[in-house]
Design a protein around this ligand. Sequence first.
Ligand code: CO
Length: 503
Amino acid sequence: MVEITETVLRDGHQSLIATRMRTRDMLPAAERLDAVGYRSIEAWGGATFDVCLRYLHEDPWERLRALKRKIRRTPIQMLLRGQNLVGYRHYADDIVDRFVRRAATEGVDIFRVFDALNDPRNMERALHAVRAAGGRAQGTICYTQSPVHTLDAFVQLGKTLAGMGAEELCIKDMGGFMPPSDAASLVRALVKEVGLPVVVHTHSSSGMSAMACMAAADAGATAVDSALSPFAGGTSQPPTESLVGAFRGGPHDPHLDLGQLAELSEYFQGVLAHYRPMLELRSLQTDPGILVHQVPGGMLSNLLSQLKEQDQLARLPDVLAEIPRVRADLGYPPLVTPTSQIVGAQAVVNVLVGARYRQVTREVSDYVRGLYGKPPGPIDAALRTQVLAGATAITGRPADLLSPEYERMLAEVRALVPAATEEEALSYAVFPTVYAAYRRAQDQGLTAEVLDAVAAGLLVALRRPPTAPVTAAAGTPAWARDGRARQMNAGRWVRENHARPGR
Ligand code: CO
């Protein structure tokens, strides 16, 4: 039997609607999700923390507690970026320990811990913290393809993670280009050589994910990730119902009830309707181009907006050709937050400046200096010499350079919120500026409820049918008619004015 991890409350909406699903749209389905019999429900971490505070005016900790009150049997799972937690930089060990402990106390049962460079030293502290907090530690191997990413290297990483306390392993195909043959050989080797349960996480981007899940199950995977169909496909996971249907009656039958799943899908279809303006048709389409350029969907949309801002969209093919070269120069990092942004931004600079590395971004410079961790392969010698300029790169664990931060963060947040709790201090520690803005908005009464009411009022006004055809309104200036037509044009305004966070 293969088990299913349901991602509709995290990766599903992160992949398709830029992580915008609100807690109030999750809660009505929570008890029914709990009754399905999933292995786990992924509901926290990744970009959800950032988006809650930055865009939704919601408290992510409150979301976790609210879900936990309704999801009582099924383990709640989160995605944790190793030493980066749910942010974009390394945090000191004391923050990692406290964040993990608090997340476990408030309801997270399974912690999927990964690092963009597959550097186990960036996952070690978090894995220890998970075990110390009584959570289940899932060590992650980011799947990618390169001359240095051999089956043997992946197995070694699996063994190292097991030695650091991982109780199960995840193969994370964030780019969605893992062929079924690789899924099978990786699962088989990890099960045989490491002996831990293996979970397979894929994205449907190139159209191979369900095939990879089937091959992984045949090779002995314990579980696969999927999303209920309204939030599946394209840059998201394969559909839960399709996998359950495909496995039914065979040796991997997960024994989930398709009728129950259909009811849940009906519900989430309605939820998706609210967020239609956020949904890009491109996110839903199969993109076999990924098999050539290996650029994940989220990274591609970031590139498109960077190029659009500079009015250089026509250079996209050059940038796509430059990305694999920059990646090779940097020792073949897997492309996932934050390495996808590091490689993508440098490729854009190389192309737009017209000379490679005449300008080096601060992130590439930090990367070469070892501040992100150990690159999978050697860095290009000329680039190394240029960036280091005589200095030496650090070879130790990057977080060893950080002194404890918690007390300072607590003092800082107490200047904003005099009675701040540990939870508030942790939110502030992870995203100081975003959290300060969130608190100011709360203090001004701009809560999620108020903003929803305003949005609902606007929608009613916009959707009210005109009493007379717009064209018949004599005297209406053309620009006003155009403006209104644009506003009503399937929410394009919302799409164009809401930046998408990285994934
Ligand atoms: Co994912």
